[in-house]
Design a protein around this ligand. Sequence first.
Ligand SMILES: NC(=O)C1=CN([C@@H]2O[C@H](COP(=O)(O)OP(=O)(O)OC[C@H]3O[C@@H](n4cnc5c(N)ncnc54)[C@H](OP(=O)(O)O)[C@@H]3O)[C@@H](O)[C@H]2O)C=CC1
Ligand SMILES: N[C@@H](CC=O)C(=O)O
Length: 356
Amino acid sequence: MRTLRFLLTGVGNVGRPLLEMIHERAALLRERYRLELRPVGLADSGGAAVDPRGLDLGAVLEAKQAKRSVATLPGVGRPGMGGLALVREVEADLLLESTPTNLTDAQPGLDIVREALRRGMPCVLASKGPLVLAFQELAALSDWDTPGKPALRFSGAVGGAMPTVNVGRRDLALGKLGLMEGVLNSTSHLMLCRMGEGLTYEAALKEAQEIGIAEPDPSLDVDGWDTANKLVILANAVLRVPTVLKDVAVTGMRGVTRAELDAARAKGGQVLLLARAEPREGGRWELSVRPTVVGGEHPLGRLGAREMGLVYRSDIHGKLTLISGEQGAWGASAAMLRDVLDVASQSLTLTPRASR
Ligand SMILES: NC(=O)C1=CN([C@@H]2O[C@H](COP(=O)(O)OP(=O)(O)OC[C@H]3O[C@@H](n4cnc5c(N)ncnc54)[C@H](OP(=O)(O)O)[C@@H]3O)[C@@H](O)[C@H]2O)C=CC1
Ligand SMILES: N[C@@H](CC=O)C(=O)O
């Protein structure tokens, strides 16, 4: 039996279900993977909770359910202790990071992940800011560029449970990739569908917020930036082209009218907030995010309101369409868990180095 001691920064819509899954599936983890995942440090916006013997997840989840910070937990709470201090001061084998995405400076996630990787700690991210603003730097600090360096995984950051990064990078190995198209933001897609059914913009956004899929700042969703973030991550990770946000032409969905939604529907198609990566001369890619009318014959033309999708085209694999149903933040939590298992299977000797 192996024990992996983990830190989690961000205990919100993604972090909470992740802890629930770890708690509820502890027996299955032991039985199937001979693995115990032990939470030794958690941080939210109010501070941290630390226990090297393992925090009581039942008590943690109860506190978060009651909208209390983990820092209020008796005996283990550390009011005011941030994620960075957690990584510096608490010995652990693995960092899980799910703080809010911030496109200004990618903080607090970026410093937390940098510090963890520098200390030799594998990192699993749901947050996109560090990947979007510093992909090449994090790749250089991790196994992404150099085998043997600490693992960096982020499959939950692009499409939740839909295995966009894994399929593109691993399963389409050696393929020369062609046009890639995706509906990668659940919130805007749900909103476009609901508005097509007659809901107002505000009511549609409220539904997305209620199911926990909207960003803490929902302008990232509706203005196309969350989709652009995911396209930047896929371009770096799958297309293997160093890419930053300004390489993407971005138009959000706020300007889409009811008449446009109705017209697309009448023809059997729909309006999608579509991410596209199109190969051009000289190894260049043209990247865009914009509302796009697609017909019913398009592989994503009949995407349901609660679905996301991605179409890869490869010269040797052909066309591959991924569609994931039933969105929800838990899809990203489940993807983080699969990344944890990937890290656990690859690093047979994880070295705790948090106290240096
Ligand atoms: N929701 C989704 O469907 C998906 C989200 N993501 C990404 O995952 C990340 C988390 O999203 P989500 O869970 O929805 O967001 P939430 O707003 O629900 O949760 C954010 C968590 O981070 C905590 N937090 C905020 N600031 C800090 C800080 N400075 N230090 C430590 N913790 C902090 C919050 O604390 P407190 O609890 O005290 O408020 C909360 O626990 C985002 O980067 C998002 O882009 C990725 C895929 C899907
Ligand atoms: N806000 C995002 C959450 C996942 O990345 C979305 O709506 O898709």
